[in-house]
Structure formats: structure tokens, C-alpha cells
Design a protein around this ligand. Sequence first.
Ligand SMILES: Cc1ncc(COP(=O)(O)O)c(C=O)c1O
Length: 323
Amino acid sequence: MSWDRACCARRLGKRKVIAETGAGQHGFATATMAARFGFDCKIYMGAVDVARQRPNVFWMENLGAEVIAVQDGQKTLKDAINECMRDWVTNMEDTHYILGTACGPHPFPEMVSWFQSIIGLEAREQMLTQTGRLPDRVYACVGGGSNAMGIFQGFFDDDVELIGVEAGGLGVGTYMHGARLAYDDASVGVAQGYKTYFLQNDDGNMNETHSVAAGLDYIGINPIFSHLWEQGKVRFEAATDEEVKETLKLTMRTEGLIPALESTHAFVTALKEAPTMAKDEIILINQSGRGDKDIFTIADALDDAKWKSFVEGKSDQYRAERG
Ligand SMILES: Cc1ncc(COP(=O)(O)O)c(C=O)c1O
């Protein structure tokens, strides 16, 4: 998607690109593209996410991007988007905003969804080649909604059940989650240039959100998804932090897969529901990213003693080198 967005920026005659990022994946992709196309690049990222997604920050900076740690609000994705929008409206003349998810003002939700549709079209083709038929259910995690919109678009016209999995965080009733539709805690509002279901209070101020996965820790959701949910075309569920950690261990040990913490949400619900399905039914799970970026969070969650001693050793080594 970054390559397409680079072409947009070049065609618009802009030499500077800015982007927000939560988990760092979109920032990483934008920084890679900017290096290749010779654009100045600024990435806005909440300070909390800078700390928990350090591997991606390292790569972005070494690719030549300036990573700005946003200190406002909860210091996560919502705050990074706010800051990026402030930059954009001030510097629109020479700056192109590469919004990373299918949210924000028109045409971003539609444009990002369209770029991502390649995932669904390819998945549909591969499914037909490999199994001779379409899947019965497709699962994808939902932060802003870009990877889920991407894969679901391959199956909108088919008799396939589509399930979006949001961040259940600390669980239903805690208000420390990112489940806009699954927990029914959100209401319709307008923020960040678009209308959708937001996690907000009665005065329209945004609530706190929480997820172990930086990319799902967000207040709003793609407005096209809100519409599809109201029509009953996409079902929304949520996976809690605890379920995500347990499922990640399972996918590593039994499938040899290390999905990103975001993607693991989709695995939680798929694995929970699989026993209720017939043996010959087919499930498709979208693995939106790899877990490499989450090594610090995962090692902490798994209380990995060897990793801790490695990090402590490194830190002692740096201290000794600095005297
Ligand atoms: C690996 C991964 N999956 C999913 C997401 C969630 O975003 P979206 O819902 O737009 O796909 C992110 C966001 O940073 C991510 O890094």
C-alpha cells in the first residue's frame, strides 16, 4: 500500500510525507517507501507505543524517518492521529498524509480499503486453488479496520461469514478495551474528521482505551464497518489480553506461527469457535503481521527468564561501556 501512496504523493507534487502509527508497522512501511522515493518523512507515534514497539522505532529511524513521540492524552494511536492531523492541516501545501488505517475523513476510509482489497482478492483465489471452494468463515482483527476490510472484500458477494475481532483488553465492563462494536460500549459521534461509532462519554469526549496490542488500542472504527455491522453483514467479537497471550503460546507451539499481537486476536475467536463447526467447514484467518515487533511485550507476558537475563546483561554492558 505504501508504494501506491508514494505515487499519490508524487503526483500531487508533495515532497514530505507524514504518517501516524500505533504498532509501528505502518510507520515502518512509510519510512521504507520515503527512503526509496526520497521524501522527507515524519512519523507520529504515542510515547507509550514508542516504548512498547521499540524494534519498529529503531528501523524507522535508521531508514531516515523522524519519529515523534506524542506526549498528549493516553500517548497511544488516537493521540498520534490527532497530532498528525494538526501537522497536515498546517502544512498541506507540501505535505501528504499517509493515513495508515481505513478511518479519518473521506476519501481515506474508501481509499485505504480499496488498496487493501488485494489481500481479499488474492486470498479468495488461493482458497479456490487450494481447497476447490470458498471458506465458511473469515476472521480478521480490527483496529481502524484496514486489514479486515482488505480480506473481507474478497468475500462480500459470497455466502461466507465475516467476523471482525476487536481488542477486548481487560474485558467487558472494565472500559479498558478497544471493542467499539463487540461490547456495545460505543456510540455514534464525529471526531478526527469522520462519523462512526466511538468509545466516548455522553459529552462526546473520547474514553480511555486499552489493549496489549498497540495497533488495536483505538477509539473509532472504519465507518464502512459501522454500516456493515448495522446491516448484520459483519459480526464483531472481542478477544481479551489474557486470551491473546494464551492463544499466542498455542499458535507458536502447535502451528509454528508467531502472529503479531494484533493478529492473534483473530486466532483467539477462530480457535474458540472452531469446535462448534462441522469438520469439513473451512476457516480463513488473516494474519495481519508477524510478532517480531512484539518481542519485548511477549517476552514480558511469557515471563521468559532467558530473555530477561539477556536484556539485563546488555544493559549492564552498555552501562559499563559508558563508564
Ligand atoms: C500487525 C497489525 N495488525 C492489525 C493492525 C490494526 O490495524 P487495522 O485494523 O487498520 O488493520 C495493526 C495496526 O497497527 C497492525 O500493526
